[in-house]
Design a protein around this ligand. Structure first.
Ligand code: AN7
Length: 361
C-alpha cells in the first residue's frame, strides 16, 4: 500500500514534545495534511553560484500557500486541546490566512490583526473567505503584534503567532524533510527573515535531527532581511519598515535573539537584500525554475546570488533555500515591476495564421 501523508504531527510524532504528540492530542489534531512540500533542484543557481547542488524547498504549495501551515497545525491543535474558544494573531498576511483556515477546521473563533493597507490581496481574501474577524490596525505589523500579545494576556484568547512555542515545533519539521531527502543536512541553508520565527524553527529542527542521529552535520544558516526592514542587520529597531516584500515588512522581530543565536551557533550570517535584488530573484525563480513565489519568498535566493557575486559561496557546497509563500498570494509583481511598466498580453484576431506568425512557428 502506498503511504498517504498524514500531516506533520502524525508523520513526525516521535520528534514532537509530549503535548504535541498526535497520540496525546487525539481528536484535537487539527491538520490540512501540510508539509511534504517539493524539494526541487535549481540548476540555474548552481551555474550562478558554483555550488554543486542547490535545491529549493517550495513551501508555497502548503494548503494555504505558505510555510505558516506547519506551525499552525501545531498551534491550533494545542489551542483546541487546551479548550480555547478563540485564537488571535498579528500578521503581514500569511499567518492570518493560515490561522483563519485552521481555526475553521478546529471550530474556533479567529481574530486577525493586520497593518492597514499593506497586506497582499490574496492573503486578505483568504482570511475573509474563511470568515475570520479581520481588524485593520492603524499601525504596522509590530504594533499589531503588541496588540495581539496584550489581548491574549488580558482575555481568554490564544495567541498563534510564532512567539507561541507550538508554532516553532511545527515549523522545525521542514528541516527534517530536507535531511530525509538529502540523506544528510545541507552545507548552507538560505531563507528570508521577518519576525524570525522560521529561522529559529529550522535551526531547532536541524539540531534535533542531528542529535537523533539523522544527519552527520549541521548547516550554516544564512538569513536575509529586506534592506528597508533589516533591524537584525542594522542592530536596531526600524521604526518605519518599507519593502515590496510586505510579508517581511517587520521592524522589530519577536524572535530577534533566537535568530542571532541560530546565526552564531551555525557560523552563518544574516544580511539584507534590496527590493531590486528580491524582484530579480523572484523573476529568475519563475523563468529558470518554474517556481512562482511572492516577493518575500525570493529573499533567500536573492541573498545567495548576492553572496555568490561577492565570492562567498564555497564551491562544491550543497545548498537548500526555502521559498516561503506562493506567487498567487501577491501576483502583481509578475505583471508590473518596480519601474511600474506593465506586461500586457498581445491581442490577436481569431486567426491561426496571425497566432503562428506572432509565435514565430
Ligand atoms: C512569505 O504572516 O510574519 O521570519 O505575519 O509570510 O518566521 O517571520 C510572515 C512572514 C517569510 C518571514 N516569507 O518569516 C506573517 C508573517 C513569507 C512570510 C516570512 C513571512 P518569519
Amino acid at each position: 500500500m502506498a503511504h498517504i501523508w498524514q500531516g506533520l504531527l502524525k508523520e513526525y510524532e516521535q520528534y514532537m514534545p509530549d503535548y504535541l504528540k498526535a497520540s496525546t492530542l487525539g481528536d484535537s489534531v487539527v491538520t490540512m495534511r501540510e508539509g511534504s512540500t517539493p524539494f526541487l533542484r535549481a540548476s540555474f543557481l548552481e551555474e550562478i553560484t558554483g555550488a554543486s547542488k542547490v535545491f529549493v524547498k517550495y513551501e508555497g504549495v502548503n494548503p494555504t500557500g505558505s510555510f505558516k501551515d506547519r506551525g499552525m497545525t501545531a498551534a491550533m491543535s494545542n489551542a483546541k486541546a487546551k479548550g480555547a474558544k478563540a485564537v488571535v494573531c498579528a500578521s503581514t498576511g500569511n499567518t492570518s490566512a493560515s490561522a483563519a483556515a485552521y481555526a475553521v477546521r478546529a471550530g474556533l473563533k479567529c481574530a486577525v490583526l493586520v497593518p492597514d493597507g499593506k497586506i497582499a490581496m490574496g492573503k486578505l481574501s483568504q482570511a475573509i473567505a474563511a470568515g475570520a474577524h479581520l481588524l485593520q490596525v492603524e499601525g504596522n505589523f509590530d504594533d499589531c503584534l503588541n496588540l495581539a500579545r496584550k489581548l491574549s494576556s488580558d482575555y481568554p484568547v490564544e495567541l498563534v503567532n510564532s512567539v507561541n512555542p507550538a508554532r516553532i515545533e511545527g515549523q522545525k519539521t521542514a528541516s527534517f524533510e530536507i535531511v530525509d531527502e538529502l540523506g544528510d543536512a545541507p552545507d548552507i541553508h538560505c531563507l528570508p527573515v521577518g519576525n524570525a520565527g522560521n529561522i529559529t524553527a529550522y535551526w531547532k529542527g536541524y539540531k534535533e535531527y542531528n542529535e537523533a542521529g539523522q544527519s552527520t552535520k549541521l548547516p550554516k544558516m544564512w538569513g536575509f532581511q529586506a534592506a528597508g526592514a533589516a533591524p537584525i542587520v542594522l542592530g536596531h529597531v526600524v521604526e518605519n519598515p518599507e519593502t515590496v516584500a510586505t510579508a517581511i515588512r517587520i521592524g522589530n522581530p519577536a524572535s530577534w535573539k533566537k535568530a542571532e543565536a541560530a546565526r552564531d551557533e551555525s557560523h552563518g550570517l544574516i544580511d539584507s537584500v534590496t527590493d531590486e535584488e528580491i524582484l530579480a530573484a523572484h523573476k529568475l525563480l519563475s523563468t529558470k525554475a518554474g517556481i512562482f513565489v511572492e516577493p518575500a519568498s525570493a529573499a533567500g535566493v536573492a541573498g545567495l546570488i548576492k553572496k555568490a557575486k561577492a565570492g562567498e559561496v564555497p564551491a562544491g557546497a550543497t545548498i537548500a533555500i526555502t521559498v516561503t509563500g506562493h506567487g498567487l498570494k501577491d501576483p502583481q509583481w509578475a505583471v508590473r515591476g518596480l519601474d511600474g511598466v506593465e506586461v500586457t498580453p498581445t491581442k490577436i484576431p481569431v486567426d491561426e495564421v496571425a497566432a503562428a506568425k506572432i509565435l514565430d512557428l
